[in-house]
Ligand binder design. Structure first.
Ligand SMILES: Nc1ncnc2c1ncn2[C@@H]1O[C@H](COP(=O)(O)OP(=O)(O)O)[C@@H](O)[C@H]1O
Ligand SMILES: [Mg+2]
Length: 442
């Protein structure tokens, strides 16, 4: 099936591509009869009569944390369109703070509970099948749909291994041991996957990983999961979700919160640092463009060893910012932010993929906050800031032509160069006209 924007599929008008997964393509489409946008997922394999019966049960599932299935065509599914990034995108930015992870976990658990009550098993719960909407609400996608087609490819990264009956289902890294063995699964298999997803949210790391699917499956079947990276508060819950024997596993997802330990036992995982200290050199470069004296006067630079490294951002990335620097490294050297086509992208140095920071259209001349948690940038005639974890940005003082800056303290962006690079200015906490600190010639 070849779809293109402007084309039609049954009564639906195809609008634009949303992505591609193990089963086929996903498109944004319009249902003109109900005047609403929907998501259409194509299946290369087509659907069996048995799948259609199961899809009816999924369509009857009506829960705020479950993406609703509207319609099943001969080789496509029509679903509620869910805006926002997937949980996989969110984890790529940084591990989630405990509170945020538990807020998301609660919504996933609520969705699972509603489905399990109706005898529906997800079978493919993974961060890529959880969407976080801009208002923070969570929707679990693809309930019970893992049976619908055939696997396009087998890799531990994104493969939704589909079912011809008896074949293993779900994505390798999140599969329960019984699923990995190709045995029948029930709701307890989803509870295992819930544990794997919660661990990954909190640590930013896959619990079971491997370079091949077989390695990954072997780790699931053989390895005693090492939960030490997760906060104490969730370890009892995780070990009950991750029991090899489904009979010993947590039986009912609705009971998950009872297994959380008191906050007193809470120890956050230590942040992962790659030990790179190139930041000093990069900051020196930025500062040179703006008046290094001010920066040094406020934050004496520690002497760190100089490290040189090559970084391949991919053939399709051509960096460029009309003014200011286009590539910055966080102060602890663990994260890169760059300007591509006037938008900011961030990539953790221990990851291979960069993620767009939403809401940064028109950005240039970015710079980090000292704690590395915020990036300030110029755009739309304003100086703005955005959390590297993807929080909303907020426009601050009017600044048409900033070249860069540095920030002291939190939360205000304090210092910024402006006006064709000839002034260094100090910004106050409240949006107000910036005060000139010093003037210099270029
Ligand atoms: N209902 C939906 N609304 C919006 N985007 C969706 C929806 N379903 C899937 N997508 C997006 O389409 C892409 C492919 O999805 P999918 O085929 O489910 O992949 P996978 O097989 O890896 O789960 C993903 O990036 C996903 O975020
Ligand atoms: Mg999916």
């Amino acid at each position: 099936m070849t779809l293109a924007p402007g084309g039609k599929l049954g009564p639906y008008e195809i609008v634009s591509p949303l992505g591609r997964g193990g089963m086929g393509e996903v498109w944004r489409a319009r249902d003109p009869r109900l005047n609403r946008d929907v998501a259409i997922k194509t299946s290369k394999a087509g659907f069996s009569g048995r799948f259609r019966t199961e899809a009816q049960a999924v369509a009857a599932l009506n829960h705020p944390n479950v993406c609703t299935l509207f319609d099943v065509g001969p080789d496509y599914l029509v679903m509620e369109l869910v805006e926002g990034p997937t949980l996989a995108d969110r984890i790529l930015l940084s591990p989630l703070p405990l509170e945020e992870a538990l807020r998301i976990a609660k919504q996933i658990a609520d969705g699972l509970e509603a489905a399990h009550e109706k005898g529906i098993v997800h079978r493919d719960l993974k961060p890529a099948n959880v969407k976080i909407r801009p208002d923070g609400s969570v929707k679990v996608l693809d309930f019970g749909l893992a049976k619908a087609g055939e696997a396009a490819e087998l890799s531990p990264d994104s493969p939704t291994l589909m079912s011809v009956p008896g074949m293993i289902l779900g994505t390798a890294a999140y599969m329960s041991p019984e699923q990995a063995r190709g045995n029948p699964v029930d709701k307890r298999s989803d509870i295992w996957s819930f544990g794997v997803v919660l661990f990954e949210m909190l640590t930013g790391k896959r619990l079971f990983d491997g370079t091949t699917v077989s390695d990954c499956l072997a780790a699931i079947l053989v390895k005693e999961p090492d939960l030490t990276g997760a906060p104490q508060k969730v370890r009892r819950l995780l070990s009950r979700c991750l029991e090899q024997d489904p009979n010993k596993r947590l039986r009912w997802i609705g009971d998950w919160a009872e297994l959380l330990d008191a906050p007193s036992g809470l120890t956050e995982p230590r942040p992962r640092g790659s030990g790179l200290y190139v930041a000093t050199a990069v900051f020196a470069l930025i500062a040179a463009g703006l008046g290094v004296g001010l920066y040094r006067a406020t934050r004496p630079a520690e002497l760190k060893p100089l490290i040189r490294f090559d970084l391949d951002l991919g053939a399709d990335v051509s960096l460029g910012s009309p003014t200011g620097t286009d590539t910055i490294l966080s102060p602890d050297g663990t994260r890169l932010v760059y300007v591509l086509q006037s938008k900011l992208y961030t990539r953790r140095m221990d990851q291979t993929k960069a993620v767009e920071l939403a809401g940064t259209e028109g950005a240039f001349a970015p710079f980090f906050s000292p704690d590395g948690q915020w990036v300030a940038f110029f755009g739309g005639g304003k100086l703005k800031k955005i959390s590297v974890a993807g929080g909303a940005d907020c426009g601050r003082n009017q600044h048409q032509r900033g070249r860069g800056g540095s920030r002291r303290g939190s939360p205000a962006v304090r210092n910024a160069a402006d006006r064709r690079g000839r002034h260094i200015r100090r910004l106050g906490r409240r949006p107000a006209l910036p005060r000139n600190l010093l003037k210099y010639r270029v």
